[in-house]
Write a protein that binds this ligand. Structure first.
Ligand code: CUA
Length: 335
């Protein structure tokens, strides 16, 4: 049996692993820019990195010179000239250059030219993301899902962001900078993915106990793949209408799940928790916290308050495992 302290250390290593590993694969890294906005941010980052390295080397060089030479051996510095050059001119030139580069040359929104971007509405909740695709050409029924955003690569996407409660921050480092979700205010952010891929995003503003468990994924498809994805979601909505009356479906209404969740194509119209119309097609549940497997869905239903303590879902630990499994199976059919 491990000692509590050891177990704690082991747990913190396990908890840190995804952070470290995602750094390696670059699915959540501003140093692996995959779009024009992220690229301009990455360029500023590298410019600052090399500039800081140069100045650091210069200071270390001067320090070594001072340490390695006896007082009498050093070239006597002209104090006044040193202060003016190193203390006034150097910072003035460096910082002005950086300011001009940051404000004018590397404008993160300078690339936006498209008039009709794809619009995706994001609403932050404690602690999940509502994702809405309003009607548009090729999408005559709004599609609503949670914690996963599907976009076409090579096309500008306008994220219209709001919050239902406190301040959150939508941050998708591979594609661009952060934008805050502010109560009573709508913010806009243009992003574009150069090529298809999967990127992880994260809430970047402390919003309560489960702030760290407020992640999301963005899937950039090729343009046909994106249209297909939207069409599949619409088809799934009509399939829900004629879905078999399974035990899980019956339990969904008996246990009161429909009070808080919507499943379009059924009488479930709750708007407290995430819309579950397409939950079975998602790769993760609980805001990028658990892989979307049958077992994890059942676990989430019964143990949600120990997996994400304080989250808005009721405690269903009283449910017997069989009912939870039926519910989990039913949710898996909602594509
Ligand atoms: Cu939402 Cu932090």
């Amino acid at each position: 049996m491990k000692k509590p302290k050891e177990r704690m250390r082991f747990r913190s290593i396990v908890a840190l692993a995804p952070v470290v590993l995602s750094g390696c694969t670059g699915v959540q890294s501003m140093l692996h820019s995959q779009g024009p906005q992220a690229r301009s941010i990455e360029n500023v980052w590298w410019l600052m990195f090399w500039g800081a390295l140069l100045i650091f080397s210069l200071v270390m060089g001067l320090t070594l010179y001072a340490v390695l030479h006896e007082r009498g051996q050093r070239v006597p510095p002209n104090a006044q000239r040193l202060i003016i050059a190193g203390g006034v001119l150097l910072p003035l030139i460096t910082l002005t250059g950086l300011l001009v580069y940051g404000m004018v040359i590397s404008d993160p929104n300078g690339w936006v030219q498209e008039d009709d971007p794809i619009v995706v509405e994001i609403t932050g909740h404690r602690w999940w993301w509502e994702v809405r695709y309003p009607t548009s050409e090729g999408n005559d029924l709004p599609v609503v899902t949670a914690n996963e955003v599907h976009i076409p690569a090579g096309k500008t996407v306008l994220f219209v962001v709001r919050t239902a409660d406190v301040i959150h921050s939508f941050w998708l480092p591979n594609l661009g900078g952060k934008i805050d979700l502010i109560p009573g205010h709508t913010n806009r952010l243009h992003l574009r993915a150069d090529r298809p891929g999967a990127f992880r995003g994260q809430c970047a503003e402390f919003c309560g106990a489960q702030h760290a468990h407020m992640g999301f994924w963005v899937y950039a498809h090729d343009p046909e793949g994106y249209v297909r994805w939207l069409a599949e979601r619409r088809d799934a909505m009509s399939e829900n209408l004629g879905a078999v009356r399974s035990r899980g479906r019956q339990q969904f209404f008996e246990q009161g799940c429909a009070e808080c969740h919507t499943i379009r194509g059924t009488p479930a119209r709750g708007n407290v928790g995430p819309d579950l119309t397409h939950v079975g097609s998602r790769r993760f549940i609980a805001a990028a916290t658990l892989r979307n497997t049958l077992e994890n869905r059942a676990r989430w239903i019964r143990e949600n308050q120990s997996i994400k303590p304080g989250n808005g879902m009721d405690d269903f630990s009283f449910l017997d495992p069989g009912t939870a499994a039926d519910l989990a199976a039913f949710l898996g059919t909602l594509r």
